[in-house]
Design a protein around this ligand. Structure first.
Ligand SMILES: C[S@@+](CC[C@H](N)C(=O)[O-])C[C@H]1O[C@@H](n2cnc3c(N)ncnc32)[C@H](O)[C@@H]1O
Length: 531
């Protein structure tokens, strides 16, 4: 748990403890880097394809998420537990020494059981402490973290019953019944739920959860000044804006591009607080909330749909969908509920074709009701997920056209900083898709684009140039993602010059003007599709 640290913990004026900047940091720099969180637990679906030590995901899309993973890398099962896998002997040895020797046998009993990630993370922390692998100082810092166990108990109902059941499972499976009480294990499980961050790849694909006592002190804002970026096991807090010395560091726990009511609801449900950040103080009146017109202007056909759906769903009464009081606002809340429902259902589908069907239904609803500006959620997120799923099924032209819409009309609004890591990763995937299309003249749609004067090579170069200009701020110069971007740029440059470096200045002459001309055509591609 080595820390490269320009951050410290102190009492927060907002809530309990918080994380503060130990020095002034300009936008796009690392404030805190943790070489490995105390606990990192892979989701069950990622146990077969991700290294349990360095968290390298080996089966992501070749367009985008896997481009920084060494060619041909695979993971092999631990011969003992047959559950976790490693990408190398080195990773296996490191993991064994650090912790796996103490959990291997216990882990074996979990084969074939779909044990939730938070339960396995709780087991890990209980085993590590029981075996003396967490020292007293770190243990105290974990125990100081907010657990909200009393709030969870007070909520009662099925949710509390489920929490108790899961905690009981972690307690029993960890073999620590003689070391800790059942109540202690329940509180630890609650603490995991409250303090875990999502374990992600450098391209923000979620692969598990992690807990680190220092990182867990960061409070939330819907207008955060920092973002967590991961590079294998390394976790960095990077500034989105300039941060003054002793200013509190805020990250986002949720998707802050969502409307006000949905953000508040999610934070209340999972973290038991009402957000009072500068954005939330302005109420449901910001860009995230605004529809194209007032609820009383909703098209008659959609009023009828809403009235029908009202009979069988509780969308109108769900606080996350709240739009306003009165029958017109309730109808719009229902249409919004339907759109979020399609989006959430699509995310639960592992088959990309099924996900696409849901996303298209949801997007059609947003488009045909005319309520949604292009950047409003969940329309914007559905478009991005459609882009990703279209790549999965090999429908590259539709993905490219959707990517163009996101690039021009959505990301600059939702992620205003050009170095926002999510925006940089979106641009990278689009660049890699363009590179692929440029090499496939017979792929559907490519000939039409060429006929319209589109030069995919120039568009790809422009996108890659944008990524490389921002990657040291978004991910860090020496991150594996940053290095992959630079390697790709070198490959592309070598292709342009037949490997003759000296010819590069000539090859790039006039490139900026060509990019400028191509950008108009590129933007047009987004209009080739209906929604
Ligand atoms: C991951 S912890 C953050 C550290 C926490 N302040 C502590 O002292 O342990 C998450 C909890 O902090 C509190 N919290 C975080 N951000 C907050 C905010 N913007 N307003 C109010 N409470 C917040 C909530 O209780 C939330 O469940």
């Amino acid at each position: 748990m080595a820390h490269q640290n320009h951050a410290y913990i102190d009492k927060s004026p907002i809530a309990g403890n918080g994380l503060f900047a130990g020095k002034a940091v300009p936008a796009g720099e690392s404030i805190l880097s943790i070489s490995r969180p105390l606990i990192g637990t892979l989701n069950v679906v990622h146990l077969p394809d991700t290294c349990a030590n360095c968290f390298t995901w080996t089966t992501g899309s070749l367009i985008g998420s896997r481009t920084y993973v060494p060619d041909g890398l695979t993971v092999k099962k631990c011969a003992g537990c047959q559950l976790v896998r490693y990408c190398s002997k080195k990773c296996q040895k490191e993991s064994w020494k650090r912790f796996h020797k103490d959990e291997c046998e216990l882990t074996r009993s979990m084969i074939g059981k779909d044990i939730p990630t938070a339960v396995r993370a709780t087991m890990q922390i209980l085993i590590m402490r029981a075996k003396g692998l967490i020292n007293d100082e770190t243990w105290s810092s974990i125990l100081r973290l907010e657990s909200h166990v009393d709030d969870m108990r007070a909520t009662g109902g099925d949710r509390w019953a489920e929490i108790q059941l899961m905690a009981q499972g972690a307690w029993s499976f960890s073999g620590t019944r003689l070391t800790f009480t059942r109540d202690f294990a329940t509180e630890m499980f609650a603490r995991i739920l409250t303090n875990c961050l999502t374990l992600v790849t450098p391209t923000f694909d979620p692969i598990g959860i992690c807990l680190d006592p220092l990182a867990a002190c960061a409070n939330h804002s819907c207008d955060p000044n920092a973002v967590v970026v991961m590079d294998g096991p390394e976790m960095s807090f990077r500034s989105l804006k300039s941060i003054k010395k002793d200013e509190e560091i805020f990250i986002s726990y949720i998707d802050v591009t969502n409307p006000h009511a949905r953000r508040q609801h999610e934070l209340k449900q999972r973290w038991y607080f009402s957000c009072t950040c500068s954005k939330c103080q302005k109420g449901p009146n910001l860009r995230e909330d605004l529809f194209n017109f007032a609820p009383n202007k909703l098209d008659r056909k959609f009023c009828e749909t809403a009235d029908m759906v009202m009979k069988t769903t509780s969308f109108a009464d769900d606080p996350a969908n709240w739009v306003g009081a009165g029958p017109d606002a309730r109808r719009v809340a229902i249409i919004q509920g339907m759109a979020f429902d399609q989006y959430e259902t699509s995310q639960a589908r592992s088959d990309p074709k099924e996900a696409i069907a849901r996303l298209e239904d949801g997007m059609r609803l947003c488009f045909q009701s005319k309520l949604w500006p292009i950047h409003r959620q969940p329309y914007a997120s559905m478009r991005h997920d459609l882009f990703v799923n279209m790549i999965s099924v090999g429908n590259y032209f539709i993905a490219f056209a959707q990517g163009a819409k996101t690039y021009f009309h959505i990301d600059p609004i939702l992620f205003p900083q050009p170095h926002h890591p999510v925006r940089v990763v979106h641009n990278w995937t689009l660049a890699m898709l363009t590179l692929y299309l440029a090499s496939e003249p017979d792929a559907p749609g490519v000939k039409d684009m060429v006929d319209q004067g589109i030069d995919l090579g120039v568009i790809m170069y422009g996108l890659l140039y944008e990524v490389i200009s921002n990657v040291s701020q978004s991910h860090g110069q020496s991150s594996s993602f940053g290095m992959a971007v630079r390697r790709k740029m070198e490959e592309v440059s070598a292709d342009m010059t037949g490997g003759n470096r000296a010819a590069l200045p000539a090859a790039l002459r006039g490139m900026q003007d060509r990019i400028k001309d191509q950008w108009k055509l590129f933007e047009q591609v987004g209009t080739w599709i209906q929604y």
